[in-house]
Design a protein around this ligand. Structure first.
Ligand code: ADP
Ligand code: ZN
Length: 614
């Protein structure tokens, strides 16, 4: 039996994803591997498949009990002999697992770093041949990473104790410091470093400057009724407030933060993974333990602390490869809150400076008109070949830019007239000829610029001001209440006679409701039978509920979508569905093929192979 048979029989896949073959072949050659790749890139398979194929024990070090449990449950559903020993295992469970280990009946064992390095455990493994040792979430070993775990440092003993067993370390954190640190700390021997792309092709990025984020969140949720999602908030208080607000509006939501009792947090997380809770309003405390592949949206109600965190947090959406929406509600006031938090923190001065720099990089990113994907990837040192990704707000706006030089000139004239004394809000009010808050009502009227742009909504004007800042015509000074002044380039433009075009975003046409769902991704364009998909989904959800397992462990949505596109009615055809291995066929094949057959008869569908009928 070859490796491809194992891939098909257990995982139900017919080919490998990028880097998987390379990682696996290097391990076969007994070489250590460091694999860096985005979340959802298929890293787990790289360390899971060989132990299963060779029927030889593989150890996986993982930072969180919840992660281990989910992975083990998922592997068992695939018919793989997996187990975990952790601080929550009972003595009886431990004894049984240890016995199974000695008898060679386990192929994948998940352990925490502290358990792994204990003397007892090392003795237990002494006489068991190992196929490999995997270190999952390997960035936890580095102080430079975002989830430093001192226990990971002890993993140095792996290479000392098992010098001849290949070690594979995997992480989705891309920075150079972290990468070097992993190799050094784990003492990897001439490792093969494999770097995959960090691009998440299926995620839509949008930064929205909104005066009413709560209202817009409700609007969004109304259009995404059955979808799982996370709303990240800045403080414990806001997680509770938003969650309450959602509940009052009829949504199924719970808060999650470090201030809640352990058992409450655990229950909340479990109910989310099992789809009993649709939305979690969380602080950054919620995340690493979440392997749920069908999270459909990640919203940021408030500003995250840097681009790394933003990418990490949004990265939790769409692991299964189906569309995910990531919307950040950008409010300048949040910058001050984050600065306050940095200053209050107990890190040293140099580190605080680093944190502030990272925060400003994030705010520049939010204000930038360039492709979000391009900006993120270049921040991580990856070149994104395309100019327009078509799946971020800016790329979609890009096609809707207009030459607004006349307006730009008026804005610059106003800024020049005010000589650097006012900020964006007041400047926009003056240009619009509206009441200027906090100013004597006669004063603005004396300005030449007063009321020179009355045909553009104030929100649009605000955005244009930002775009002019970004394009270098205006500059901002002062952090808390930034004041606007004309840059050198702006002065040259204003004094020049030539009418050089200035492209600014097209003003939105006023159309009744404010819904932006048109910009969201629409799954219906995929060719599969929606009615059959819904039927199969109900069946799957029902099985999951009764088995007390997350839905995706029965069948993932992509598997159901394939069933609804190809109508498999025989064992052979059913096994061709992506994600369906022999164990899934044995457990659920009959029920699902019977449902599909009945659906085909009822609807007069006669397609047999490979065809999609709607
Ligand atoms: P990571 O650990 O890199 O975040 P996962 O291992 O969770 O990624 O895999 C992400 C998704 O890709 C999962 O749904 C997984 O089943 C799927 N996947 C992994 N390998 C393959 C493959 N060879 N073919 C198709 N899908 C795959
Ligand atoms: Zn883009």
């Amino acid at each position: 039996m070859g490796l491809y048979d194992t891939l098909r029989d257990y995982w139900g896949y017919s080919s490998f994803l990028p880097q998987q073959t390379e990682a696996i072949s290097e391990i076969c050659l007994n070489r250590d591997v460091l694999l860096l790749k985005a979340t959802g890139g298929g890293k787990s398979l790289c360390y899971q498949i060989l132990p299963v194929h060779e029927k030889k024990l593989g150890i996986v070090v993982s930072p969180l009990i919840s992660l281990m449990k989910d992975q083990v449950d998922d592997l068992r559903q695939k018919g793989i002999r997996a187990a975990t020993i952790n601080s929550e295992s009972t003595t009886a469970e431990k004894t049984a697992t240890e016995k199974a280990l000695r008898e060679g009946r386990i192929n994948l064992l998940y352990v925490s770093p502290e358990r792994f390095v204990s003397g007892n455990f090392i003795r237990l493994l002494k006489n068991i041949p190992l196929s490999l040792i995997a270190v999952d979430e390997a960035h936890c070993i580095s102080r430079w990473g975002h989830d430093f775990r001192p226990d990971y440092r002890k993993l140095r003993m792996i290479k000392e104790t098992w010098p001849d067993v290949p070690v594979i370390a995997v992480t989705a954190t891309a920075t150079r410091e972290v990468k070097d640190d992993i190799v050094r700390q784990l003492n990897l021997k001439d490792p093969k470093v494999l770097v995959g792309s960090f691009n998440r092709k299926n995620l839509y990025y949008e930064i929205r400057e909104s005066g009413n984020p709560k209202g817009e969140i409700i609007e969004f949720l109304k259009n995404h009724r059955d979808e799982s999602g996370i709303i990240y908030c800045f403080s414990r208080k806001s997680t509770e407030e938003i969650s309450q607000y959602l509940q009052e509006n009829g949504f199924n939501s719970l808060p999650y933060h470090a201030g809640l009792q352990d058992n409450v947090r655990k229950k909340t997380q479990e109910s989310f993974v099992r789809d009993e809770t649709q939305i979690i309003c969380a602080t950054i405390a919620f995340g690493m333990g979440i392997d749920k592949p069908d999270i459909r949206f990640v919203l940021h109600y408030e500003l995250p602390k840097d681009i790394e965190s933003y990418y990490q947090e949004t990265g939790r959406a769409g692991r299964d490869g189906l569309p995910g929406n990531c919307i950040l509600f950008f409010n300048r006031g949040d910058i001050a809150k984050q600065l306050w938090l940095i200053d209050k923190g107990d890190s040293d001065r140099d580190y605080k400076e680093v944190q502030k720099k990272k925060l400003f990089a994030l705010t520049r990113f939010c204000e930038s008109p360039v492709c979000r994907r391009h900006a993120i990837l270049s921040y991580f040192g990856e070149e994104y070949g395309q100019k327009n990704c078509e799946l971020c707000d800016n790329c979609r706006k890009e096609n809707s830019r207009v030459d607004a030089k006349e307006y730009a000139r008026k804005v610059m004239a106003c800024v020049s007239e005010l000589n650097g004394h006012l900020g964006r809000g007041k400047i926009v009010q003056i240009l619009s000829g509206s009441t200027v808050k906090g100013m004597d009502s006669l004063k603005p009227r004396k300005l030449k610029s007063f009321g020179t742009i009355v045909d553009i909504p104030e929100n649009q004007l605000k955005q244009w001001v930002d775009e002019l800042v970004f394009q270098g015509y205006l500059t901002r000074s002062g952090r808390r209440y930034p004041l606007l002044s004309l840059s050198k380039e702006g002065k040259t433009y204003l004094n020049g006679q030539k009418a050089v075009p200035i492209f600014l975003s097209k003003p939105k046409k006023k159309t009744g409701g404010k819904s932006r769902t048109g910009q969201m991704q629409d799954r219906s364009k995929d060719r599969y039978n929606q009615s059959l998909f819904s039927l199969l989904r109900v069946q799957r959800d029902d099985i999951a509920r009764r088995a007390e397992l997350p839905k995706y462990m029965i069948f993932t949505d992509p598997s159901l979508i394939e069933m609804a596109a190809f109508y498999p009615r025989t064992k052979d055809d059913f096994l061709k569905i992506k994600g369906v291995g022999v164990a899934k066929w044995n457990s659920y094949g009959d029920i699902f093929t019977a449902m599909i057959s009945k659906f085909c008869v009822d609807n007069g569908i006669t397609t047999t192979d490979g065809a999609v009928a709607e």
